[in-house]
Design a protein. Structure first.
Lengths: 275, 283
């Protein structure tokens, strides 16, 4: 084979495998969305006809609506707490490192790589011992631990990319630390903080492992509800609810793209899992 | 910003307090539970019974084996895709579209993603229907509810992590090095094997360890896509709390899983530290 031909072949191979990988990534979600519109009573792909009946079924089933509400409240509460804990922590790590701050930041980021099911179990046993097992607060503390690392990481990345001279100038001119933070620092790290909040929100929203140990028949999040549902029914309603969660994922991805750019957010937040 | 020590302490009070109360304390309690005797008192009995039981070992071995396959599949599909994104895709909108494709599954619940594979791999699923239609098979294949379907499902879930990890390193490679190799007469394949690939190894290793660690601890995908036919450690842990009601064994298994993960992460950190020292690149 001539070198030129070999080169052509290499490019072709890379492109070919890449398209297979992309198909592999796209197919499951595409299939779920497609079958959610089928008019048949069972799952059918390609779907037959086009109906919104299964979405109607979803919104008229109070248990699904309730689960969406619980998930939304939990994710919002956990994200708020993650911001209140994560941004100050990142600020200290970036601007006033102290002996042991490396270890501490490793501790705060470790929930990203530790088995989530073990976190779920640990929270269950701890909450049982303290008498708040299987309550909203048990879910809340577990989710806060789970999502705070995202806020810390994106805030840290923004803080280290920022020119500290601006902050110092403000302080030299007599601004209090509070004024400096809200007038100088926060506006500059805002995209990172928002991206972190979106990552935190979505990772709370999709979590199963922590939630499943800490929910009850009345208090279920949408992924846990789907998990229980899928054990007994595999039907178009399941597809409609699943598709609804995919639409939300797309909205969040687009939001992140608008705020910081999807490429930067993806590589910064997901790839670098160093703790 | 200059932060006084007093202010730093004040700012760290919340995060440290929260993580001590709701992260360290729960894990401490879990460790304690794994050493607890049913009547009270400290014992290693839970560990000896877990570590001497062939059933638990079988599940752990199964978990590790599945994770190894998942890592391999993620590498084989992920490396070309990462290379493609960084070196071949020139149009900004297309690169953006690929990143959206990588991130959307990451933002979707594992349940939903597993459900997609049920539809694709089931006995009356897309794969079987198409194979039957073109006459390649006569009876539907049992792909779903096997180790194979777990590997397919987990590799799908973790592929973005591998791709992004490799991308983050490929992006930083100085392209003039590759050009230099080419100018000196290396064929593209040789330039790749002697320059690009070795330089991208940290991304590959980092991605592989993270993918391996996450698939060792995955619960949802194995539980939905195994149909009870393959046992992995996370499913065993779940059963101790919901079926057999042995929280002590559940805690012990959790600690074993935690130890396996921590060893993997430790290896990762050591490799990374070494890279920092040899490359001397400030991170």
């Amino acid at each position: 084979m001539s070198p030129n031909l070999a080169n052509q072949f290499g490019r072709f191979l890379i492109a070919g495998v890449s398209w297979i990988a992309m198909l592999y990534l796209a197919l499951p979600l595409f299939v779920v969305i497609a079958i959610s519109f089928t008019t048949t009573e069972y799952l059918k792909f390609p779907p037959q006809g086009l109906t919104l009946r299964w979405y109607w079924q979803m919104v008229s089933d109070p248990t699904f609506v309730e689960a969406f509400v619980v998930s939304g409240q939990l994710a919002a509460a956990a994200t708020t707490a993650a911001l209140l804990l994560g941004v100050p922590a990142a600020l200290v790590f970036a601007r006033k490192p102290f002996p042991g701050s490396q270890t501490l930041s490793a501790l705060f980021l470790s929930p990203l790589v530790l088995p989530t099911i073990v976190l779920g179990v640990a929270v269950l046993q701890y909450a049982s011992a303290l008498g708040f097992a299987r309550s909203f607060w048990a879910l809340f503390v577990g989710h806060v631990v789970l999502v705070t690392p995202y806020v810390i990481r994106t805030s840290l990345a923004s803080l280290s990319g920022m020119e500290p001279a601006h902050e110092e100038a403000a302080q030299d001119l007599g601004a209090t630390p509070m004024q400096t933070f809200f007038l100088i620092t926060l506006p500059q790290i805002k995209p990172g903080v928002i991206a972190g909040a979106l990552f935190a929100f979505i990772n709370s929203w999709i979590n199963v492992e922590v939630s499943i140990f800490n929910s009850t028949a009345q208090l279920v999040t949408i992924p846990v509800k789907l998990f229980n549902y899928i054990q007994f029914n595999i039907d178009p309603t399941l597809a409609a609810v699943s598709a609804a969660t995919i639409y939300i994922a797309v909205v969040v991805v687009v939001a992140i793209d608008l705020v910081v750019g999807i490429e930067k957010a993806a590589v910064n937040t997901t790839a670098d899992t160093r703790t | 910003m200059r932060i006084t020590s007093a202010n730093a302490v004040f700012l760290m009070l919340g995060p440290i307090g929260f993580f001590v109360l709701f992260f360290l304390a729960p894990f401490g309690l879990l460790i304690g539970e794994s050493f607890m005797q049913p009547g009270g008192g400290v014992t290693l009995a839970n560990y000896t019974s877990v570590l001497s039981d062939a059933y638990y070992w079988g599940a752990l071995l199964n978990t590790l084996l599945i994770s190894l396959w998942v890592t391999l599949v993620c590498f084989l599909l992920g490396y070309p895709l990462a290379y493609f994104i960084v070196f071949h895709v020139r149009r900004a909108w297309m690169r953006r579209a690929i990143y959206v494709l990588l991130m959307t599954p990451l933002f979707t619940s594992n349940i939903v993603r597993a459900f997609g594979w049920i539809v694709i791999l089931g006995r009356r699923g897309i794969v079987n229907t198409s194979l039957l239609m073109i006459g390649l098979i006569e009876t539907p294949l049992d792909i779903l509810y096997s180790k194979l379907s777990i590997v397919i499902g987990l590799a799908y879930i973790l592929l973005p992590v591998m791709v992004l990890s490799i991308c983050s390193v490929l992006q930083t490679i100085d392209r003039s090095l590759v050009e230099a190799a080419r100018d000196l007469g290396a064929r593209p394949s040789r330039a790749f094997l002697t320059v690009t690939f070795p330089l991208s190894l940290p991304g590959v290793i980092a991605g592989s360890i993270i993918v391996f660690a996450l698939s060792v601890s995955a619960y949802v995908i194995p539980s939905i896509l195994s149909g009870g036919r393959a046992m992995v450690t996370p499913i065993l842990i779940f059963q101790q709390y919901t079926a057999t009601f042995r929280p002590d064994i559940g805690a012990t298994l959790s600690i074993v899983l935690l130890a396996v993960t921590l060893m993997l992460i430790g290896t990762y950190l050591i490799i990374f530290e070494r890279r920092l020292r040899t490359v001397g690149e400030p991170q």
